[in-house]
Design a protein around this ligand. Structure first.
Ligand SMILES: Cc1cc2nc3c(=O)[nH]c(=O)nc-3n(C[C@H](O)[C@H](O)[C@H](O)COP(=O)(O)OP(=O)(O)OC[C@H]3O[C@@H](n4cnc5c(N)ncnc54)[C@H](O)[C@@H]3O)c2cc1C
Length: 366
């Protein structure tokens, strides 16, 4: 039997890990959608944007056998202007930050707080990207996607996307049925934005108001957000990363009470009578992991939630580092930190062990 050829995924993942698949199709023209019925039956399949929210666990020895659909659809167009709103269509393969700049350069407001979020436009609704008091769900009017289940393109209104905090119908479907069974390939997103003078400006978030000089405008806000983010977050081109590696844990209030007694400065937020949310960054920092390294995989020295690749980190280094953090936090606080990025793995057991505290600790070399 001939071995399938290997396709490198290094340039398609934020951590720039050496990852491989055996089959990849670029979607760079809408006409390719007509071919989708032919590949509709192919499973497993993965829809890939820029890979800035994906942790690939797929080595040369065990590449992803799934069909990878690389979304590279380009184009931005104004659809209409009415009732003091501007409707813009943006294709899924556009770079998110370039699209934000495109709107600002045309005096269109609404996306300024989301400046410099890495990734593609098509992936943005999947986790309902948000920053500095704005979530993309409040700027979308509808989404056009290929539906692998219905075998046709569908038009989904924003209200039917079931947007929630870092969640949507698209992400939920993947979580429930597995990324191998992804149902939707987002083709383009229609945004409802505003002429600069009618734009609702959100400046209340810490850091923005203080830095504003005179009347706020979308361009001024974007500039401030850019400055804050550049200062706080690693430059992707110098220190590859996939943003926050762990989710902020929600714990039962009984455990929160116990921890507060032992660690009085522990920050709690979104407190209810039964649960509290804690800061994963705080837990990791207090466990002395800021700047910590295993091989070339490390925790960023300015932000303890970010795992970075200092040069030649391999999947094994990242696994070893993140497992060590999870185990230490579990022993110290009784909390298992769940990874935030999508784990796309050809090692099912290892992926499972990252999500579950009771599973055996796998650190096998790939
Ligand atoms: C330094 C850094 C900072 C970040 N800051 C923020 C932040 O402030 N706020 C925030 O919300 N996020 C943030 N993120 C996360 C990331 O930017 C977003 O998740 C982004 O939307 C990922 O885009 P992508 O194209 O790289 O998606 P990918 O990583 O390629 O994919 C992410 C998910 O979306 C799916 N997907 C991708 N394209 C499509 C499509 N066309 N149709 C259907 N499904 C698709 C994939 O299957 C996968 O499940 C940050 C990441 C980094 C590295």
């Amino acid at each position: 039997m001939t071995k399938p050829s290997l396709i490198k995924l290094e340039q398609f993942n934020g951590l720039k890990l050496k990852s491989y698949c055996t089959s990849l199709k670029k979607i760079n023209k809408l006409s390719i959608i007509n071919e989708l019925p032919d590949i509709v039956g192919i499973k497993p399949r993965l829809v890939l944007g820029h890979g800035s929210n994906i942790f690939f666990l797929s080595t040369k020895k065990k590449p992803l056998s799934s069909l990878v659909l690389l979304n590279q659809l380009k184009g931005i167009e104004k659809i209409e202007e009415k009732n003091k709103k501007i409707f813009i269509r943006c294709y899924a393969g556009e770079n998110w930050n370039d699209f934000v700049s495109w709107t600002l350069n045309r005096s269109i407001g609404g996306l300024e707080n989301l400046t410099l979020i890495p990734g593609s436009v098509g992936a943005a609704p999947v986790q309902n990207i948000g920053a500095y008091g704005v979530e993309i769900c409040n700027r979308i009017s509808s989404i056009n996607a290929w539906d692998f289940k219905l075998k046709k393109t569908v038009h989904i209104k924003a209200k039917d996307c079931l947007f929630g905090y870092r969640n949507s119908i698209f992400k939920q479907q993947m979580l429930e049925e597995g990324w191998q069974n992804t149902r939707y390939l987002i083709l383009y997103v229609d945004f409802k934005l505003w002429p600069e003078k009618n734009s609702p400006l959100i400046t209340s978030y810490s850091g923005i108001n203080e830095a504003l000089d005179g009347q706020p405008t979308p361009k001024k806000i974007s500039k401030i957000v850019k400055k804050i983010r550049t200062h706080k977050l690693p430059d992707l081109s110098k220190l590859p990363n996939i943003g926050s590696f762990f989710q902020n844990p929600t714990i039962q209030s009984s455990l929160a009470k116990k921890l507060k007694k032992k660690f009085p400065t522990i920050p709690e937020f979104e407190k209810t009578s039964c649960s509290s949310k804690l800061s994963a960054a705080w837990l990791i920092e207090k466990a002395n992991f800021k700047g910590y390294r295993i091989g070339d995989a490390g925790i960023y020295d300015k932000h303890s939630l970010i795992v970075v690749n200092h040069g030649k980190a391999c999947t094994y280094d990242v696994m070893k580092l993140t497992k060590k953090i999870q185990k230490t936090i579990f022993i110290k606080y009784g909390i298992w930190l769940i990874p935030e990025p999508n784990i796309i793995s050809s090692y099912e057991k290892i992926a499972y062990s990252l999500m579950n505290p009771m599973s055996q600790i796998y650190t096998q070399r790939g």
